[in-house]
Design a protein around this ligand. Structure first.
Ligand SMILES: [Zn+2]
Length: 133
C-alpha cells in the first residue's frame, strides 16, 4: 500500500530530524575567543572538577582568574611543557593553552594520569555564533 509506505518514511524522516535536533541541543551555545571570535568550546562542555565547574584561582604572582572547566575544546592549543608546580588541581600537571587562531592565552590544559580537561579564563570567552565554521 503506497499510503502505508509513505507514512512509514515520514516517520523515519521525523526520527532523523529529532536526533539531529538533539545533537544540536547538546552543542548549542558556542563560546568564542573574545579577541578573534574563533570558536573555542561550547557552554555544554562545562564539567565539574574538584567539586565545581568554576574556580577562583590565584597564581604565585597574586593574579586572580575565574577559571571554568571544559572537557572539550576546539581552537585551544597547549604551548608550554606540563608541570605540576603550583598546580590548582592536585594530581594534575598544567600547560598554558593559547587560542589556536590569534595566540592569546585562553587558560590552561590540566592532565592527570587518567583525566584531562581545560580550565579557561571566563573573561577571555564570549558567547556568540562563530563567523565561519
Ligand atoms: Zn583568538
Amino acid at each position: 500500500m503506497p499510503y502505508a509506505l509513505e507514512k512509514d518514511s515520514t516517520r523515519v524522516f521525523e526520527k532523523l530530524l529529532l536526533s539531529e535536533k538533539q545533537a544540536q541541543t547538546r552543542r548549542r551555545s558556542p563560546l568564542l575567543c573574545r579577541t578573534c571570535a574563533t570558536l573555542v568550546t561550547y557552554a555544554e562542555s562545562e564539567i565539574e572538577v574538584a567539586g565545581s565547574t568554576r574556580h577562583e584561582c590565584v597564581n604565585p604572582a597574586g593574579t586572580s582568574f575565574k577559571v571554568v572547566c571544559y572537557d572539550m575544546v576546539i581552537a585551544c592549543t597547549p604551548v608550554s611543557l606540563p608541570t605540576e608546580e603550583h598546580t590548582w588541581f592536585a594530581g594534575y600537571a598544567w600547560q598554558i593553552a593559547d587560542c589556536g587562531s590569534c595566540g592569546i592565552q585562553l587558560g590552561w590544559r590540566f592532565r592527570s594520569h587518567s583525566h584531562e580537561f581545560y580550565g579557561l579564563i571566563e573573561d577571555q570567552l564570549i558567547a556568540g555564533e562563530p563567523e565561519t565554521f
